[in-house]
Design a protein around this ligand. Sequence first.
Ligand code: DC
Length: 228
Amino acid sequence: MMNKINVAIDGPAGAGKSTVAKAVAARLQYMYIDTGAMYRALTWKALNTRTNVKEESKLVELLANTSIIMDKYGQGNVYADNDNVTEAIRSEAVTANVSDVAMHPQVRKQMVLQQRQLAAENGAVLDGRDIGTVVLPNAELKIFLQASVEIRASRRHQEHLDNGLPSDLEFIKKDIERRDKIDSSREASPLLKAEDAVEIDSSNKSIAEVTDIICRIAEERIQSHDHI
Ligand code: DC
């Protein structure tokens, strides 16, 4: 019986984490857990219920009363209670507010507990900002995925165009820089590379290349994990 490992993929917005994480999960036949989608779903709920995203206690209460469910093997649908919010959580309004939601320590604490539960049986690929440092400090494989701001902005821009959404490259670039700053300088688990993470710069690599690199290391780790 092959033992399963957990794969943690962290990095800034637009480095390609979710695309690569999904591909790695499919290849390994693991589940994919998009932790950013959980913060986005709470942000959507807050906007929808007119909850002030700056008020931590209100958000904690809202989170306690909201069930955020994700299809772990299927289409990647995300639900906040009975609403399918898969598309709504990618809106500009949610994107503009999610960093404010994710900066609250008590919100993070609850999210981290839920994320650990989802990954408790191993066999998961998680992407986020604090997976290797806080959520799963013992993950068998940690990846820190980087890319230049220019590349990250142009990828998001293309993604919007592909989805028929309006898009402004300069606006995206500024927004990515603004979010990088909030995510990296916040007090509660800022975006940091774990000491034992493998750093990959995806700027000049295709999705397939990055996926291959990660899967190769994952296979090695799975084998050495089998001997323990
Ligand atoms: O990866 P994303 O763009 O969907 O993430 C949305 C926001 O949530 C982003 O501003 C960073 C934050 N986030 C976080 O703080 N911790 C995580 N584990 C995942 C996302």
